[in-house]
Design a binder for this molecule. Structure first.
Ligand code: DON
Length: 320
């Protein structure tokens, strides 16, 4: 098989080389640049909003790219999917489900969105759920610093390289983290966890400030597409059952209150971050990543969603 044509993707209508196709899609989605950078984190507000990139990694480790795919930006909420997977690996699904649910909230990512009777956060993709998932990494006696480091290392395994924390993004977000601190305090109030809410938010914010490129994200998504095996290093990062759980929650909750539009129009599991990244994973086929900082009203990268829509249409990626 020729690994250089779009038709490696099942259902693709195109037989032109993937890199050419990606550049074509990028150009088509770059006619204007609406939306706005995340404004509640100064470092992100001031980021260069012209950057645009797309990367596709096959499950056997071929990487295809166009545009700005080597620029580092913070992973932000995309980390939530991977840390959820790491938490399930560590404690098993049954336990994780007692702490965080799997129902879409239909609300913005930074709403409290707790389940009425149990007070669990509705799902792990919103801030309340992800702050809780962060606490699940490590043992009882793990320090807050060790936990943040375990998360960074875990994310690095998915990427297949040592990822670093952007200290400027971390400081910038912590200075304005009033809302996440409020959420963490509410979670502590309901005994969703029994740790220090401020320390937990610091750890979670470090998790969000881990730097990645679009290339990294495509490969990380390809680990999910590849049932948990890193396509380049060959290492099993998480089990297939864990991947199934993670991709399922991404499918229903990964794009927040834009999830319905996303699933119907684009149709593969995905996760976005406020720095402008989006990942998508097609089980058994490819991991996809886009980067464009300006966001739509849900907090999803606007040109990123466009690119994914175009790729989904052209390459027949909608799973239905
Ligand atoms: O906690 C926050 O608000 C950010 N660190 C992450 C939010 C985020 O990425 C939402 N995504 N689109």
């Amino acid at each position: 098989p020729n690994n250089n044509v779009c038709s490696i993707v099942k259902g693709s209508k195109f037989r032109i080389p993937i890199p050419d196709h990606l550049q074509l899609v990028l150009n088509a989605c770059n006619e204007d640049n609406p939306g706005k950078n995340a404004d509640y984190i100064p470092e992100l507000r001031d980021a260069d909003s012209n950057k645009l990139g797309v990367a596709v990694s096959t499950v056997d480790g071929y990487l295809y790219t166009a545009g700005d795919v080597d620029i580092e930006f913070s992973i932000q909420s995309i980390s939530k999917a991977f840390v959820y997977a790491l938490a399930i690996e560590e404690h098993g699904l049954e336990y994780v489900l007692t702490r965080v649910g799997v129902e879409p909230s239909g609300e913005a990512f930074n709403e409290l969105s707790l389940e009425q009777d149990t007070c669990r956060p509705l799902n792990p993709m919103i801030n309340a759920g992800a702050i809780t998932t962060h606490t699940l990494i490590g043992k009882k006696d793990t320090t807050y610093e060790e936990r943040a480091e375990m998360v960074r290392k875990g994310l690095s395994k998915f990427a297949g390289r040592e990822l670093t924390v952007d200290e400027n993004v971390y400081d910038s977000e912590m200075k304005h983290a009033f809302r996440n601190l409020a959420i963490a305090n509410m979670l502590r109030n309901y005994n969703v966890f029994d740790l220090d809410p401020k320390k937990v938010v610091e750890g979670y914010t470090r998790q969000c400030a881990v730097n990645v490129t679009a290339k990294d994200l495509a490969v990380m998504a390809a680990v999910l597409a590849n049932s948990g095996v890193q396509p380049v290093t060959g290492e099993r990062v998480v089990r297939p059952e864990t991947v199934r759980q993670t991709l399922s929650v991404m499918m229903t909750c990964g794009m927040y209150d834009g999830a319905g539009d996303w699933v119907t129009q684009i149709g593969f599991p995905a996760k976005s971050g406020v720095a402008g990244g989006i990942i998508g994973a097609l089980p058994g086929q490819v991991g996809i990543a886009t980067f464009s900082p300006k966001l739509d009203k849900h907090g999803n990268s606007l040109r990123g969603v466009r690119i994914c829509k175009r790729l989904s249409d052209d390459m027949g990626l909608h799973i239905m």
